[in-house]
Write a protein that binds this ligand. Structure first.
Ligand SMILES: CC(C)(COP(=O)(O)OP(=O)(O)OC[C@H]1O[C@@H](n2cnc3c(N)ncnc32)[C@H](O)[C@@H]1OP(=O)(O)O)[C@@H](O)C(=O)NCCC(=O)NCCS
Length: 215
């Protein structure tokens, strides 16, 4: 009797014209930590709701690895958080997250992402988000995608705006002990402003059960 692959996500790949997105693996996470040390945002700003980049550089690498392992360990069809390492020319440049709760029923996904500061403003942020939106809408059968960004996060909000998201209210997020405004964003599939290319997806069939996304 043939047993199912215990971790089919290792064969999942999403390709765009310039980028390759794959679920996190340990070798890739080590490269991701190098990007973290090189800087993700100016120190005076805090784009993330959880201020993880403020951690002591002596331990931030280990804490990052442990965070991604914990997320992987808790992955179930009912609740998953797919952390996709983004590679450009074979090197990890950042992370594109795609998450869902009860996807088989809700058909909703949410995203979060970052790339190393030295790779920003070259269109990669838009390309990687467009990639997971195509993956979610066209391959998983999602009907809606959500995101959120600090009101002052022009880059993230601009990525969302370019891809067709509409604003969906605001909420207070405490960053570095202070109240800040987050803008919620939502994109229904028909509103997706598609790029002029189609993402290639490989290795999805074996992951469908784990993602709660039957054919
Ligand atoms: C958000 C992020 C992923 C965007 O990636 P990116 O590769 O820099 O974005 P793009 O190059 O695709 O640019 C998208 C748009 O934002 C604009 N933009 C990018 N950085 C900007 C900045 N610092 N200020 C103003 N506009 C900016 C670009 O000009 C572009 O708009 P345009 O096409 O109208 O010119 C990246 O900036 C990042 O990782 N930031 C730090 C972490 C973060 O904020 N994550 C999101 C948390 S919600």
């Amino acid at each position: 009797m043939e047993h199912p692959d215990p971790w089919p996500l290792r064969h999942l790949v999403i390709r765009t014209p310039r980028l390759e997105l794959r679920p996190d693996d340990d070798a890739g996470l080590l490269e991701l930590v190098e990007e973290t040390h090189l800087g993700i945002h100016p120190p005076a700003e805090m784009p993330f709701a959880v201020a993880w980049t403020d951690a002591d550089p002596a331990v931030i690498g280990r804490l990052s690895m442990q965070h991604y392992w914990a997320v992987r360990a808790q992955f179930t069809p009912a609740r998953w958080d797919l952390n996709l390492l983004v590679r450009h020319e074979g090197r990890v440049i950042g992370m594109q997250g795609l998450l869902a709760t009860e996807f088989g029923i809700s058909r909703e996904v949410a995203t979060g992402s970052w790339i190393g500061m030295r790779h920003q403003r070259r269109g990669f942020g838009t390309e990687m988000r467009a990639a997971v939106l195509q993956f979610a809408f066209d391959h998983l059968g999602a009907t809606r995608a959500r995101s959120a960004a600090a009101a002052v996060n022009t880059a993230s909000r601009r990525v969302s705006q370019k891809l067709g998201y509409r604003e969906d209210g605001t909420e207070c997020v405490v960053r570095r002990g202070k109240p800040t405004v987050n803008v919620r964003l939502v994109l229904d599939e028909p509103g997706f402003v598609r790029p002029g290319w189609t993402a290639e997806v490989e290795g999805l069939d074996a992951c469908r059960e784990l993602l709660g996304a039957p054919c």
